[in-house]
Design a protein around this ligand. Sequence first.
Ligand code: TYM
Length: 335
Amino acid sequence: MSEVQEKKKIILSGIQPTGVFTLGNYIGALKNWVKLQEDYNAAYMIADMHSLTVRQDPAKLRQQILSAFAVVLACGVDPNKSLTFIQSHVHQHAELSWILSCNTQFGELNRMTQFKDKSAKNADNINAGLFTYPSLMAADILLYQADLVPVGADQKQHLELTRDIATRFNNLYGNTFKVPEPYIPKVGARIMSLSDPNKKMSKSDENQNSFITILDKPEVIIKKFKRAVTDSDMEVRYAEGKDGINNLMSIYSVVTGLSYEQIEKDFQSKGYGDFKTAVGEAVAEHLRPVRENYERLIADKAYLEQCYKLGAEKASNFANRTLTKVYKKVGFIAK
Ligand code: TYM
């Protein structure tokens, strides 16, 4: 975020470096990150601290953080335009998170559906971080005084809590934080599993056929779409109760730019087999440059290091302004 651009509105978003990103992450968030960086002062981070809410293998995590950083750049996030960094490199996130935790109610955190889902899935490790995670996410956003936060629909509740925390803090201590708005895409905010269209597409799904990863090879992508669960009806039509087809239509619409009406027209006299092949091919083609960019970037560790180090330095300078203000407001003595 350069000084001359300071008048532009600010956006911030993050992604956890757990596993290879899915088509859901791409359509719900990453694709918009790329688009929005043209008109906003954008800050994008690899949310590595959030990943610790679930037990991780340190060596694997280290490699996934770097890989995630490379994927973000491979998708088209330009580190010369956007502030691109790794969350744990900017210590202000943890520090503000503590202050915000003291301004977040137990009852509010207890209502978070993601906490309920994740604690059911990780019953042997329901740690305090998993519970207070939304306060850290609020810190990520509020540190940068973000106007807008591009996320998929599953993050909406966390965004609402962030707004509540910011408003409460502002009322208690005087205007400190920008109250951010969510930016949730109209189409593709919730990409569903290919094997169970009632479930969100997720990288932690045990069934490998249920999700497409951004780095899947074209033949794998095409094969997975061919197996996608649909319904017993034969019409390619967006309608209630046709969750599998609706999901494929959203994906196809996002990657081709075609409207639902146009897709229905194009496949009027064709079967599901043809449609699934077309979706698979379109997605494979759409992701081809991302995979190729990734191969190039991940081989250039020195460039990646240069990018995230510079990103951390700039992010830290920016975040420090907000944190200093907050410390003063709550009554801490300056060093
Ligand atoms: P995470 O890592 O689970 O997901 C990253 C982004 O991908 C979106 N997403 C989806 N969108 C559509 N369909 C899907 N099936 C799908 N699955 C995931 C998510 O909504 C998200 O936008 N807490 C966040 C990371 C985070 C963050 C932040 C986000 C940390 N700090 C500050 C915004 C601002 C998370 O776990 O996302």
